[in-house]
Design a protein around this ligand. Structure first.
Ligand SMILES: [Zn+2]
Ligand SMILES: [Zn+2]
Length: 363
């Protein structure tokens, strides 16, 4: 949230905002509190009851009325909370104030790249809502869906007993986890139950009448844990961009109107249980569309291409030109080409010594 939020308001809004700060005996705008004072600790939250939420929302000028609160579960604000768009709630009780300030970022929609809204609320010790503010507010409104969504989350925590627990680990986890984190969560969710390039080889090499339990487990619950601490994964991620950059620079000199873009997660139109996250996609006017597969073999990070090809575990045939049809990567390439409906794949092998490009065609 912008540190200079207050300075950017017009004079009328500044006056209103200052009044709120006076009401809670705070000399400083909560948007200016140092990051270090905010804590994820529901046991510090006042005892906010539904009645407190109700009274604040219908009594303060804004979008909420007695009638709309009657079916509060159908409100946008309640939906924001239910959908996990209220991020981790942080609290702080300034020494000069009798109020506890709670804040959270609230995402405006399922479009995860949109800038979130920044509501804060000040609760008195008994849980009643004294003051609330949100940077989305216009005119004289004193409440908005983002404030209400934040209040709904805090009310749920109180109701579920998370604010009275002596053991703080579970409530803090609930607070942080009841959140749609980033596009990677959606990406992760989309992979659940689908055959993707990381499992296609194993799927085609298991006994269909008696599939390996570990494979079924991977399919139904693909790991969402970051593996960035694994050196080979780290190396691959670090160098994939470099490889793609060098690949694109080379291709531009050899093809007409060469254009590369990121691919995202694509689900097969014909067989929706198959999905692909190709490393990139590209097109040129001389050859058309293709998918790009980048491999940065960690065990060969210092190797020349000849050294890599000589290794029996390499994906390239000894002639140095073709992809081995028995190799795991071959299955990945086939799957990516199928899902993207192209018959061309550029396989990029990257080591610190070489960036080699192999074209793979199907007829
Ligand atoms: Zn708002
Ligand atoms: Zn071309």
């Amino acid at each position: 949230m912008a540190y200079n939020y207050f300075d950017k308001l017009d004079s009328v809004a500044q006056g209103r905002y200052s009044t709120k700060l006076v009401l809670i005996n705070s000399d400083e705008c909560p948007y200016k509190f140092p990051a270090g004072v905010w804590k994820n600790n529901p046991s510090c939250w006042p005892d906010l009851q539904f009645g407190d939420v109700y009274s604040y929302l219908i009594d303060s000028p804004g979008i909420f009325t007695r009638a709309s609160m009657k079916s509060y579960k159908s409100l946008d604000a309640h939906n924001y909370f239910q959908s996990g768009w209220v991020q981790t709630v942080y609290s702080y009780k300034p020494a000069t104030s009798a109020y506890t300030i709670l804040k959270a970022d609230v995402r405006p929609s399922q479009r995860l790249n949109e800038e979130p809204h920044h509501p804060w609320v000040a609760l008195s010790g008994d849980g009643s809502v004294a003051v609330a503010h949100c940077n989305c507010m216009a005119g004289l409104a004193e409440s908005c869906s983002h404030i209400a969504a934040l209040l709904f989350k805090v009310e749920a925590a109180v109701r579920l007993g998370y604010t009275t627990k002596l053991c703080t680990e579970l409530p803090c986890k609930w607070n942080a986890d009841f959140v749609k984190k980033s596009s990677s969560l959606t990406w992760h969710e989309q992979r659940i139950g689908r055959i993707t390039s990381s499992v296609v080889y194993s799927v085609l090499h298991t006994d269909f009448n008696n599939p390996a339990p570990s494979l079924l487990k991977t399919l139904c619950n693909p790991s969402s844990k970051s593996l960035d601490h694994v050196p080979a994964i780290h190396w691959g991620k670090e160098n994939e961009k470099v490889a793609l950059h060098q690949y694109s620079a080379t291709m531009k000199t050899q093809h007409q109107h060469f254009n590369m873009s990121s691919a995202g997660f694509l689900i097969s139109k014909e067989t929706p249980f198959i999905g692909a996250s190709a490393d990139s996609v590209a097109s040129c006017s001389c050859h058309g569309n293709r998918v790009i597969e980048v491999k940065c073999p960690f065990s060969h990070k210092e190797s020349t291409l000849q050294e890599y090809v000589k290794d029996p575990s390499s994906c390239i045939v000894a002639n140095g030109r073709e992809v081995k049809t028995t190799h795991k990567y071959y299955y990945q390439i086939q799957l990516h080409m199928y899902v993207h409906d192209v018959n061309l794949c550029d396989l990029v092998i990257y080591t610190s010594k070489v960036t080699a490009i192999f074209l793979y065609f199907t007829q």
